[in-house]
Design a binder for this molecule. Structure first.
Ligand code: ADP
Ligand code: MG
Length: 474
């Protein structure tokens, strides 16, 4: 069984984050009731004519640039003909001859090794309506009809489940950061078809395509299940047939849907209602300028700022947290990353909130860092302040006053407390003289208690040690 090599090629569909649909001016939105964002074009009324959404073209171009593709500046669309209830036109408008991008690549990292996954092409197309199947009835929701999609097709360059999952994670990271797509597999804004074949030699085996995979981890499971199935078929003297299968999450196996359509069945031909058009070099440059700092660059920068790997990973996984970190890292990258990935993220998760729902400001972080550095705030006090700042907002100093969080840093006042506690605890002083370090901790605790937690612990520590050294035993 082991001398088989798996080969994987992936086709990913992502919904573009545009305001309106690919070929009509209805909203690209799933808010509101079913069939509330529709018009004659989306419903395929006879005689309705498509109009290309330039915003969608620019987002697709941004994606193509991120994938290092060569841009086909002059573009046209094609009809892919097939019958299905969710496609009343009888064809989907797509790009078969002139995909917006070709010959690109994505770098992935698996177990510390970098690998290049070649992108065959990225093209634009429109989504179909959504079928909703109930026990005895099926419904159609046309809100999805005409939603702009990009399809990204890799070369068969992956050979393990881990590589396939790394590729999908990377694609999602790129598109989410560049604001191209939400890429939520659970909600269908990112969908992927996985082509798998197995072979004992260098030539590629016959592949099957598995659809309907609900998450990136399920992609891994589907590849495993399908490659095992194929090897079993071959070992039993059978043949693999090019077919479309689906993944059953419950049983973790793939199930035959249909024998695969080939290009010929779709009778592709140029879409006659959309004239060829060209993106100018200036337009492409404008798109390039909208690409923000991307995760690979951020990771490298954060490492150089001594932010630890866990914090980096967490920040990059939470794009809004990361944008905020970009604004506050100048105050102290290590401290602010700890606070954001620790207390702040915990609060968000616990209350099921996203970053935009909380009131914490850049100014708050600046004040907190400054006060911690000046030892006017302890880390314990920061933990107390943060939830209030997140929930109600406000100013750090004002809030500290309201909560009575004044720190006593005046040496004269602190010395009095130190003397008083030393006087009250002669046995601890004796312990100290006998080399028992525990005594210092105990005395510190007593002083902090006597100050109601308001003494500056660093100053107290200094004064206490000085005093102890000076104190003679009677
Ligand atoms: P189709 O248009 O029928 O879906 P394509 O030739 O466009 O077919 O290929 C679709 C995907 O299948 C691509 O991602 C490609 O890399 C992958 N693929 C092609 N041949 C194989 C194979 N033998 N094993 C695994 N993947 C393959
Ligand atoms: Mg395909």
């Amino acid at each position: 069984m082991n001398n088989y090599q798996k080969t994987i090629g992936i086709e990913v569909h992502c919904e573009l984050k545009t305001k309106t649909k690919m070929f009509s001016d209805t909203l690209n939105s799933y808010e509101g009731s079913e069939n509330s964002h529709i018009n004659g074009i989306d419903l395929a009324y006879p005689g309705s004519l498509p109009l290309v959404n330039l915003g969608a073209v620019k987002l697709a171009c941004k994606a193509a640039l991120l994938l290092h593709c060569t841009i086909n500046k002059t573009m046209s669309f094609d009809r892919k003909n097939y019958f299905y209830p969710d496609l009343p036109k009888g064809y989907q408008i797509t790009q078969a001859r002139t995909p917006i991008g070709v010959n690109g690549y994505v770098m992935i990292e698996v177990e510390g090794t970098l690998k290049k996954i070649r992108i065959h092409d990225i093209h634009m197309e429109e989504d179909t309506a959504k079928s909703i199947h109930q026990v005895d009835k099926s419904y159609l929701d046309f809100n999805r009809s005409g939603v702009p999609l990009i399809e990204i097709v890799t070369e068969p360059d992956m050979h393990t489940e881990e590589e396939a999952m790394a590729y999908l994670n990377k694609l999602r990271e790129l598109f989410v950061y560049a604001d191209i797509s939400d890429c939520k597999m659970e909600e269908g804004s990112m969908r992927c078809d996985v082509n798998v074949s197995v072979s004992k030699n260098d030539s590629l085996g016959v592949r099957t395509e598995t659809k309907n995979i609900g998450s990136i981890s399920s992609v891994g499971k589907a590849i495993k299940a399908e490659s095992i199935r194929q090897i079993e078929v071959l070992e039993n003297g059978g043949k693999i047939v090019e077919e479309t299968r689906r993944f059953d999450e419950k049983d973790e196996r793939t199930i035959l849907m249909r024998v695969k359509e080939t290009g010929n069945d779709y009778r592709y031909f140029p879409e006659p209602n959309i004239p060829e058009f060209t993106l100018t070099d200036e337009e492409i440059e404008e798109v390039r300028l909208t690409i923000p700092k991307m995760p690979d660059e951020l990771r490298e920068e954060y490492r150089s700022l001594q932010v630890n790997e866990n914090n980096i990973k967490t920040l990059i996984q939470h794009r809004d947290l990361c944008s905020f970190f970009e604004e506050v890292k100048e105050y102290d990258p290590v401290m602010t990353s700890n606070l954001l990935t620790g207390d702040v993220l915990m609060y968000l998760n616990k209350n099921n909130l996203s970053f935009k729902d909380i009131k914490l400001t850049k100014e708050n972080m600046k004040d907190i860092v400054a006060k911690v550095q000046k030892q006017e705030l302890s880390s314990k006090q920061v933990k107390q302040l943060l939830p209030i700042l997140m929930e109600k907002g406000g100013d750090v100093s004002t809030l500290m006053n309201e909560l009575g969080m004044v720190q006593i840093s005046d040496d004269q006042v602190l010395q009095q407390l130190v003397d008083q506690v030393i006087q009250e605890n002669p046995s601890s002083v004796e312990d100290f003289k006998n080399g028992k370090d525990r005594a210092v901790k105990y005395l510190m605790g007593q002083i902090m208690k006597a100050s109601k937690g308001q003494a500056n612990p660093v100053s107290v520590n200094r004064l206490l040690l000085d005093t102890l050294k000076r104190t003679n035993l009677n």
